[in-house]
Design a protein around this ligand. Structure first.
Ligand code: ADP
Ligand code: MG
Length: 281
């Protein structure tokens, strides 16, 4: 775990499709003894996270799995610098968060795709670059390249309502990638897709990760998804969320249908069920 004394030195910025592995040596995110409560409707405080510590090592894919309400989205919002811990430290890309992270370096993919219905795919993707000073022509060019990366080059001019669920998900993924992030935060990104499309998205995400080497922190309540994608899985207890287990998944890809993956899925499912039933006073 990094304590903040060391400085992360970014490598020379590579081009859009260049590999990024090795750009960082230290964890891209460190949650260090993070506690968080929210005001509840009755005026009391709802304890959501209790003493959570874990790292997202550079270039790795980390999954957070936990019962509903265990603080998974809260952890992602902490990592995005949208909220702050009451106690403890959240370090992102070498710095403690004090405000929203640099969206030029961090991509965020929400549970719903949040596409603007009045914009075609290309302009939904380019939207992520509009806050910067990049000329419009370059924004379009980059958006086009990333749409090609997710296999949607022919749908650049389609409106969201003209796209299938899987395609919309790809547009949302393209939008979170167009800024060439070092870190991708994903909140149950594929939970609304059917199983077949979800499997396709998993393969594509792994390919893009191999190509780009960005670090990924994603949330899922689907333990199979966690086992298919992650280098390590952080299992949270029921609220207040505490780290119940950290499980390394040193299995080669593709994992689908392999004995080890099937066993690990069963093991995690049992742990998650235990966590969900746990009553905390
Ligand atoms: P998860 O993603 O694991 O389902 P969340 O992190 O979204 O859980 O929420 C955990 C708990 O904290 C929930 O009970 C939720 O209602 C509450 N909560 C989350 N954000 C806020 C907020 N901004 N204000 C008040 N309560 C919140
Ligand atoms: Mg959530």
């Amino acid at each position: 775990m990094s304590a903040g004394s060391q400085q992360i030195v970014p490598a020379t910025k590579p081009g859009p499709l260049a590999p990024r592995l090795g750009a960082w040596d230290l964890p891209v995110i460190s949650f260090i003894d993070v506690w968080k409560r929210f005001p509840a409707a009755d005026g009391s405080l709802l304890e959501v996270l209790r003493g959570v510590s874990f790292d997202v090592p550079a270039g790795e894919i980390i999954a957070i799995v936990g019962p509903s309400g265990s603080g998974k989205s809260t952890l992602l919002n902490l990592a995005a610098g949208l909220i702050f811990p009451e106690r403890g430290i959240v370090q992102v890309l070498g710095e403690e968060t004090h405000g929203p992270v640099d969206w030029g370096r961090v991509g965020y993919m929400f549970q719903d795709d949040r596409l603007l219905p009045w914009r075609v795919a290309l302009h939904n993707v380019a939207l992520a670059l509009e806050a910067g000073r990049m000329p419009a022509a370059e924004r379009r060019e980059r958006a086009r390249a990333v749409l090609a990366l997710v296999g949607l080059d022919e749908f650049a001019d389609a409106y969201p309502h003209q796209l299938s669920g899987g395609m919309r998900s790809r547009v949302a993924l393209a939008r979170s990638l167009v800024g060439e992030p070092d870190l991708l935060l994903m909140d149950e990104p594929f939970s609304r897709l059917d199983a077949l499309t979800r499997g396709t998205m998993h393969r594509e995400l792994l390919l893009i990760h191999e190509l780009r080497g960005m670090s990924i922190l994603f949330i899922t309540h689907d333990v199979e998804e966690a086992v298919m994608l992650a280098d390590s899985i952080v299992l949270l207890s029921a609220r207040p969320g505490r780290v119940r287990e950290k499980i390394a998944v040193p299995l080669p890809q593709p994992r689908i249908g392999t004995g080890e993956a099937v066993d690990l899925i069963a093991h995690l499912r049992a742990l998650l069920e235990e966590s969900s039933e746990e009553i905390v006073k």
